[in-house]
Ligand binder design. Structure first.
Ligand code: MG
Length: 253
C-alpha cells in the first residue's frame, strides 16, 4: 500500500514539475556585470543561473557566415551598415558593449557545447531574400548536427519560410513560430512544436494556451519583464517565459 501511495505522490510531483513554467533568457543573461546582449558571456551567465534556455539571434553575412546579432544594422566606423550586406571579417571586428567582439555562430556553439544546464534557442532573423534565408537554415542545421548539439538546440523565427524550411529539413527539430498571426491549429498542421508569441497575443487569445496543450503543442510568451504580466503568464500556464529578467521570473515561480 505504501508503495502505491509513494508511486502516486511521485506521479503527482512529476506532473507538477512538468507543468511548471520554464525560463528562457532573452539574448542570453545580459542584465548582469560584464555581460551584453547576444555575447558569449551572456550565454555563459545563462548557464550559470541554470535557466531552461538561452536565446540568440542569428544572421548570415554577405559572404555566407552565420553571425550573432540582434539588429538588422550596426554601427561601424561611425556609419550604419547592414549585417547581411557585410563580410564576416568586418562584423567580427565590431565590439559589443562589454568589450567582446561580435561572435560568429560557430564560436557561440563552441562555448554552448561546454555549458551544462541550458538549451540554446536560435532565432533565425528575417532576411531580404528567400535565398539568404534558405542558405542560413541549411548552414545552421549542418553546424548544429556536426557539433552533435541537435538534442540541445531549438529554433524560432518570425519568418514562415524559415519555420517550414527548418521542419522540412529536420522534422525532428523543435521549431516555434514568433509572428503571432497563426492559430495553434495551423501550427500543428505545419508540424511546428508550438506557438512562441508576444504576451499581448496570449492576452488576446488566452484560450490558445489550452488549445495548444490539447494539440500537444507548447506555448512560449515573450518578452515578459513586468511582474504583473509575468504573473499573468504563469497563471495562464504557459510552458515558457522568454525574459530579460530571468531571476525575477524565477523568484515569482
Ligand atoms: Mg530574438
Amino acid at each position: 500500500m505504501r508503495k502505491i501511495v509513494s508511486l502516486f505522490s511521485l506521479l503527482f510531483l512529476a506532473q507538477f514539475i512538468m507543468a511548471q513554467t520554464q525560463i528562457i533568457a532573452h539574448r542570453g543573461y545580459w542584465k548582469t556585470d560584464g555581460s551584453a546582449q547576444n555575447s558569449i558571456t551572456a550565454l555563459e551567465k545563462a548557464d550559470s543561473i541554470a535557466v531552461f534556455g538561452s536565446e540568440v539571434d542569428v544572421w548570415i553575412s554577405r559572404d555566407g557566415i552565420p553571425v550573432v546579432n540582434h539588429d538588422e544594422s550596426i554601427f561601424y566606423n561611425g556609419s550604419k551598415i547592414l549585417v547581411q550586406d557585410t563580410d564576416a571579417k568586418i562584423l567580427k571586428s565590431i565590439k559589443l558593449s562589454n568589450g567582446e567582439n561580435m561572435p560568429t555562430l560557430k564560436e557561440y556553439l563552441r562555448t554552448f557545447k561546454k555549458t551544462k544546464n541550458i538549451k540554446l534557442i536560435i532565432e533565425l532573423k528575417k532576411h531580404r531574400t528567400k535565398e539568404q534565408e534558405d542558405l542560413l537554415t541549411k548552414k545552421v542545421l549542418k553546424m548544429v548536427r556536426k557539433m552533435k548539439l541537435e538534442d540541445r538546440v531549438e529554433y524560432i523565427s518570425f519568418g514562415l519560410n524559415f519555420t517550414t524550411k527548418l521542419i522540412h529539413l529536420n522534422p525532428k527539430a523543435k521549431v516555434y513560430y514568433l509572428n503571432g498571426d497563426l492559430s495553434p491549429k495551423v501550427m500543428k498542421e505545419i508540424g511546428a512544436s508550438g506557438i512562441d508569441y508576444h504576451y499581448s497575443v496570449i492576452q488576446a487569445h488566452p484560450e490558445w494556451v489550452k488549445l495548444s496543450h490539447d494539440l500537444g503543442l507548447k506555448v512560449n510568451a515573450w518578452t515578459v519583464n513586468k511582474p504583473e504580466i509575468i504573473q499573468q503568464m504563469i497563471d495562464l500556464k504557459v510552458d515558457f517565459i522568454t525574459t530579460d529578467e530571468p531571476l525575477l521570473v524565477r523568484k515569482m515561480l
